[in-house]
Design a protein around this ligand. Structure first.
Ligand SMILES: [Zn+2]
Length: 344
């Protein structure tokens, strides 16, 4: 059985939380302590589940959605408030995350015939109202959890489709390539989460590569930071620049690759480089064709794939898909040029 590398993948990276802390925004301290306590408690449960999972192959399920209300505590699966096919809740946050998870599930099913995060129809567990003014959302290896945000810097994390698309794609990556969450493989993991978060948002908004804004997280920015975003796939390094978050550190070229140890070796920083490649390819051959190329490539990657071997794997798939008539004949040369444009 494949070793599934679980990540504790948060949409808002640690370096932004550090900047907020420096700016005196107190959501940071609380967010961090919640995450830490929470991880300690989770470790036992995860160890138990993975030992259990290694004994049997899970049966195919229906990818049912279960929305739980954490009621501003730090507990997951606290109170079940909406399940698949059930009546809508009076709480619009519950309904919104239910719809968003449904849109992500439909995208993978309709586009790639890929069922849920594991292609075996695993249940989609969604926890909302986690923590007090908790300003983050994360995939922890088997479920999704969303905070309400502080309402000023960040709004409710459960409201944005690209956030749910991003986090559930971490699940898809876990069950396919299993990219480790460190260094370049970790940046590719983040990259894939951004790619499909953005693609699913484009599909929902009926946008094309030319009309999309290519921003990640623009819809979770609170009134204080209107007009800013967490990342820009079109122009990495330009998503935000303000007194609370500091300046977007993403490079768009290998010349500026981050080599430090923060953020698991820059997983949310260096993802800007392949993000730019995806933007360039999608602009040339259209987003749906680029998405197919990226998804087919994902299934061939290894947990330790770095940027160079990602390029090799993707060009190989481009050739294969073009021969099969599934992407334009120019795809391989377009992709090669796009990698060269970012120094790869
Ligand atoms: Zn992520």
């Amino acid at each position: 059985m494949k070793n599934h590398h679980r990540c504790n993948c948060h949409i808002i990276p640690p370096f932004i939380l550090d900047e907020l802390k420096k700016a005196g925004v107190d959501i940071t301290a609380q967010t961090k302590s919640i995450s830490r306590d929470f991880r300690l408690r989770r470790a036992d449960q995860l160890a138990f589940r993975s030992s259990e999972a290694s004994l049997v192959t899970p049966p195919v399920k229906n990818a049912d959605r279960f929305v739980y209300d954490s009621k501003t505590t730090q507990n997951q699966r606290l109170l079940l408030v909406r399940k698949e096919g059930g009546a809508a809740s009076a709480d619009q946050v519950v309904n919104q995350v239910y719809e968003n998870a449904g849109a992500v599930r439909s995208y993978y099913k309709n586009t790639f015939n890929y069922l849920s995060v594991d292609n075996h129809g695993a249940d989609l567990i969604l926890n909302v109202h986690f923590g007090k003014a908790y300003a983050n959302a994360f995939w922890d290896g088997d479920e999704m959890t969303f905070g309400d945000g502080d309402g000023q810097i960040f709004t409710n994390l459960a409201s944005a489709l690209d956030v749910t698309g991003h986090e559930l794609t971490h699940g898809v990556v876990q069950y396919t390539a299993g990219l480790t969450y460190q260094g370049q493989p970790g940046a590719l993991n983040e990259h894939y989460a951004d790619v499909f978060g953005s693609v699913i948002k484009q599909v929902a908004k009926h946008q094309t590569a030319a009309t999309a804004d290519w921003l990640i997280g623009d819809e979770i920015m609170g009134p204080t930071l209107t007009g800013q975003a967490l990342r820009s796939m079109k122009a990495p390094g330009t998503a935000y620049n303000n007194q609370f978050m500091g300046k977007d550190p993403q490079p768009a070229h290998m010349d500026n690759i981050y080599k430090g140890s923060a953020d698991n070796g820059g997983v949310h920083i260096n993802s800007g480089i392949p993000n730019k490649v995806f933007y360039l390819v999608a602009t040339a051959i259209e987003t749906d064709k680029a998405a197919l190329l990226w998804f087919e490539t994902l299934k061939t990657l290894k947990p330790t794939t770095n940027f160079k071997s990602f390029k090799t794997a993707l060009l190989k798939q481009a050739k294969k898909l073009a021969t099969a008539g599934k992407v334009p004949a120019t795809t391989e040369s377009v992709a090669k040029q796009s990698f060269q444009d970012v120094g790869l």
